[in-house]
Design a protein around this ligand. Structure first.
Ligand code: SF4
Length: 302
């Protein structure tokens, strides 16, 4: 855990922790800087912010971001973060990791956190490879890409994180590119502001082990989304369109969070409506269920 500053920081540099040991040029530098700028722009308090990470090159980011942090075990960042948020709903909870950590061993946690609408922001540094363990193919490696450690390629089709998040019920789904700071900072700010599970997949090149999905590749293939973010069907179409790499907010909706639908809710939990919910937990549950059912009807996913 980094030593915390005494006052709320005013610039992104105040969110700097230890010096990163990533390879020079790693895309994760851009993600870290964007997180620091977003935190500063939002006026977050490092003492009220927790960053939970899994294992991988990107998991080291807890040491580089000056807030409270938990560098957890492989693929388990989201359950840890769910516990942190449940224990203290007042905290801003950020979760970060790589594609191997989040879409490999941690895949089921990703889907269940999305469908439960846990009120955390999940940032995945997606570089389509396991960098920390010398370049094996990962769940998002293109099927026709080989690496030094996996010369035959993945021998599988790649997962589609955006489509998975949408189909699992994520209430905020976005994608950024670590080489486009201006857009990424804005996406992270909106993700943190969102009440519910916000997922930001960031194309973050591994300059050492992925020589296909490079900065130049993404500069040429990214395309800003233009559809209405409330339109789930349009978001799904964009997520499944492999002719470009979409960036921007694909989908955003409000629905009850896990904290809203859990009961009984202690009256001092700081959750909106918690006092009324404590007085009438069954009524509060029915109301939350009604809002949830209306949301399902809207999406036609029953
Ligand atoms: Fe970044 Fe790849 Fe180096 Fe890991 S191996 S620090 S992901 S460039």
């Amino acid at each position: 855990m980094s030593q915390l500053p005494q006052a709320v920081p005013r610039t992104w540099k105040d969110w700097k922790g230890k010096d990163p040991i990533w390879c020079p040029g790693c895309g994760d530098f851009g993600v870290l800087t964007a997180m620091q700028k977003a935190a500063a722009n939002l006026g977050l308090d490092p003492a009220g912010t927790v960053l939970v990470t899994g294992i991988g090159c990107s998991g080291n980011i807890t040491a580089y971001f000056r807030s409270y942090g938990i560098h957890g075990i492989h693929g388990r960042a989201l359950p840890l973060a769910t516990g942190v948020k449940a224990a203290n709903p007042d905290l801003t909870v950020l979760v970060a990791g790589g594609d191997g950590d989040g879409f490999g061993i941690g895949l089921s946690h990703f889907l269940h956190a999305a469908r439960r609408n846990v009120d955390v922001t999940y940032i995945v540094m997606d570089n389509q490879v396991y960098g920390l363990t010398k370049g094996q193919t990962s769940p998002t490696t293109p099927s026709d890409m080989s690496t030094k450690a996996s010369p035959l390629g993945p021998l599988a089709v790649p997962l589609n994180p955006l489509a998975l998040a949408l189909s699992a019920g994520a209430s905020f789904v976005a994608q950024g590119f670590s080489g486009n700071q201006g857009e990424l900072v804005g996406l992270l700010e909106q993700a943190v502001r969102h009440r519910g599970f916000s997922f930001v997949n960031v194309q973050s090149p591994c300059v050492t082990y992925n020589l296909v999905n490079t900065y130049d590749f993404f500069r040429q293939s990214t395309k800003a989304v233009t559809h209405d973010a409330a339109d789930w069907d349009a978001a799904m179409r964009v997520a499944n369109d492999r002719s470009a790499v979409p960036t921007g907010i694909l989908y955003r909706a409000q629905r009850p969070t896990l904290q809203d639908t859990s009961h009984p809710i202690p009256p001092d939990a700081g959750v909106p409506g918690a006092v009324a919910a404590a007085a009438d937990p069954a009524g509060a549950y029915r109301a939350a269920k009604g809002r949830f059912d209306a949301w399902l009807d809207e999406l036609r996913v029953r």
